[in-house]
Write a protein that binds this ligand. Structure first.
Ligand SMILES: Cc1cc2nc3c(=O)[nH]c(=O)nc-3n(C[C@H](O)[C@H](O)[C@H](O)COP(=O)(O)OP(=O)(O)OC[C@H]3O[C@@H](n4cnc5c(N)ncnc54)[C@H](O)[C@@H]3O)c2cc1C
Length: 629
């Protein structure tokens, strides 16, 4: 059994007023505006999370404690709903038909609404089911393995649509007005993206001007790719509101409004269609002089980006949960096929190239599930828990792994993997929908924060403790005196912190844990990660912010370390509780394999910190952009 003793908490840097932590003086005005707006919307870290500690060399398991087993009561509540949802999906829905026709039958939407599937996390006080984040993720897992279109409908509605920001930031009056409606099945959506504003919301054009009496705002603009927009009754719309003078400077403001789609001036001008998710009710929404009452502002004027980013922090957990469902299904398909299909005198699963894919699928699926459940349980313990980094890692790592797994599953099925379910059926074979899964899942690494943006986001958070200590030293916009004082503080901090990153010290006590070597490796690798990040800061100075590939490698190492930790903790918890006892040896092998493979990926990333072709590739790309090639 593993006993996790609380280590002395790593002293985190504390500087009362670090001033602006990022030097924006050498940036273009567009870059500066984007950065300043996002920085202003960042939530201040409450207390360091486990993943943030990994980048500072603090492998602090006390921040997780033990892998949180779901309480029997919570599990029973979830099971009761999941059973009904499972029945409904199997008996009343045909995902291939939904894909083929590009429409979800209204009867299916009504049945889901009657079941409460539009208000899973909404408290019963407001007409919802009041289930936990863990049970919500379990529902996403079930949906994810069944139908991408239904997953997107329910997820866009409650992970990013009106329920989530309303639960987090709504006033009591807003909650009483809107939560019962959306819990009953009035579909909601989230409108941030515009044609010119994708990953960078600072460039948004949609704007809202206050009326002369200040009672309302007049909203004008156009939003792109609003999922559920064509069916929604109510939408959260992000818009620019008049800039405010702050510290003598004019600061751009983004505000979040709850907008009802039957108000005059709201139109759907186009329904967008995609490679996959063919029944997505996704549209271009136009707002022409829409009068939005002031009481429909979420949180406060100018806090829209904070609403959007915080909503996405927990909202992002739905996607990796759905990916778990999808990859479990791929594993099930692959396992059967690789055992039955005989080529070259043996079942294809006996050929090493295919066997390797199957092992990776099984291990990564278990890891993905462990990470997602771990992050979800943190939200259940504390609704305002800071799971920014955990959720972002789950989203980035989970969606990338899922894409590889679906791709591998198609490869293992060979030509049949590429054939549509309808065609397979027509010629008498089992209609296995891998082709649909591949199309539907391609978007996962793009929306709700693309992989590239997730890496930048995680890197920003990982660097935060260092920026707080030394950002002011490097900031050429600050007066010399302030920079000198900051330099003294930074020197004091690093003379204590840095030597610790070389000392082999166990920050936890493990008794007879089968997985101790993996925990020890992760603890050592976390210190190496912290050292390497620090060395990179010394080498690169403020330029490090722009070294995306280098930062991406640090992020990938941190993500793998979180994956190892979550996997081992969950396996240990399963073995301890007896749930995994029957499968003990298999579970142990699966975990050992995952950790071994993850170590290899980590070591490769460490190597690539020093041996890479980053500069050459960047130069070449710039030449290609100038069409010199
Ligand atoms: C099916 C679908 C559903 C969607 N649903 C919604 C919704 O409900 N609500 C909503 O508001 N939006 C929605 N979106 C929008 C989605 O979130 C955006 O597509 C996403 O944010 C990326 O924006 P973009 O497509 O404009 O890409 P861009 O921002 O133009 O980026 C293009 C590429 O460049 C990369 N990139 C951009 N900036 C950087 C950088 N600084 N460094 C490195 N790489 C960078 C990106 O990662 C991407 O690979 C949806 C999109 C689709 C396709």
């Amino acid at each position: 059994m593993t006993e996790l003793k609380s280590p002395p908490v790593e002293s985190q840097p504390s500087v009362e007023d670090p001033g602006p932590v990022i030097d924006t003086s050498k940036m273009s005005s567009g870059q500066r505006a984007a950065l300043e707006l996002t920085e202003a919307a960042r939530e201040a870290a409450q207390e360091p999370s486990f993943v943030s500690g990994l980048f500072m060399g603090s492998f602090d398991l006390s921040r997780i404690r033990q892998f949180p087993a779901q309480s029997a009561e919570d599990r029973d509540q979830g099971d009761a709903f999941l059973q009904k949802l499972d029945q409904l999906l199997r008996k009343k829905t045909d995902p291939d038909e939904i894909d083929r026709t590009g429409e979800i039958p209204p009867a299916v939407i009504e049945a889901l609404a009657r079941l409460g599937a539009f208000g899973i996390k909404i408290s019963p006080e407001y007409g919802g089911l009041g289930l936990s984040q863990t049970n919500y993720c379990r529902a996403a897992m079930l949906l994810g393995g069944w139908c991408g279109n239904l997953t997107a409908l329910l997820s866009a509605h409650q992970s990013i649509g009106v329920p989530q920001p309303l639960i987090l930031f709504g006033t009591e009056a807003q909650k009483r007005k809107y939560l019962p409606r959306v819990a009953r099945g009035e579909i909601s959506a989230f409108a941030l993206t515009e044609s010119g504003a994708g990953s960078d919301p600072a460039t948004m054009q949609t704007h809202a001007e206050p009326t002369p009496d200040g009672e309302a705002f007049i909203l004008n603009g156009e939003k792109l790719w609003c999922t559920n927009g064509t069916k929604a009754g109510v939408i959260v719309v992000m818009a620019k509101t008049p800039s405010k003078l702050m510290g003598g400077k004019s600061k751009e403001q983004i505000t979040a409004f709850i907008v009802e789609t039957d108000w005059p001036g709201v139109e759907v001008i186009h329904r967008c269609r995609f490679m996959g998710l063919r029944s997505l009710y996704n549209g271009v929404m136009k707002f022409t002089n829409v009068r939005v009452p002031r009481e429909n502002i979420l949180l406060a004027e100018g806090k829209g980006l904070r609403v959007a980013l915080t909503t996405l922090n927990t909202g992002r957990l739905t996607l990796p949960a759905a990916c778990v469902g999808l990859t479990r299904r791929c594993l099930e398909i692959t396992r059967r096929w690789a055992a039955d299909r005989v080529q070259w005198g043996a079942a294809i699963g006996k050929h090493a190239a295919i066997a390797d894919k199957i092992a990776r699928m099984a291990a990564s699926t278990f890891a993905m599930e462990s990470m997602t459940l771990l992050a979800a349980s943190a939200v259940d313990r504390d609704k305002h828990a800071d799971v920014r980094l955990e959720a972002a890692v789950c989203k980035m790592w989970g969606t990338e792994q899922a894409w590889e797994i679906v791709n591998d599953a198609v490869q293992v099925r060979g030509g049949r993997g590429y054939e549509t379910a309808a065609s397979l059926k027509a010629r008498g074979e089992e209609p296995i929908p891998l082709e649909r899964f591949l199309r539907d899942s391609r978007i996962n690494t793009i929306f709700e924060g693309s992989s590239e943006i997730m890496r930048l986001f995680i890197a920003r958070e990982a660097l935060d403790p260092h920026l707080k200590v030394s950002g002011a030293v490097l900031n050429s916009k600050l007066p010399v005196g302030k920079r000198l004082r900051a330099a003294i503080k930074a020197a004091l901090f690093y003379t204590r912190w840095y030597p610790k990153q070389w000392l082999p010290r166990e920050r936890f006590t493990l008794h007879t844990s089968r997985f101790s070597p993996h925990f020890r490796y992760a603890a050592r690798a976390s210190r190496r990660l912290a050292r390497s990040l620090f060395h990179a800061m010394l080498r690169q100075g403020p330029k490090l912010e722009r070294q995306q590939l280098l930062l991406g490698r640090f992020v990938d190492i941190g993500a793998e370390l979180f994956a190892i930790t979550a996997t081992c903790l969950r396996a240990e918890s399963l073995l301890r509780s007896g749930n995994g006892a029957a499968d003990g040896p298999q579970l142990t092998k699966l975990v050992d394999y995952f950790c071994q493979a993850s170590r290899l990926r980590i070591e490769e990333k460490f190597r690539a910190l020093h041996r890479n072709a980053d500069r050459t590739s960047y130069r070449l790309a710039q030449e290609v952009l100038k069409t010199e090639h």
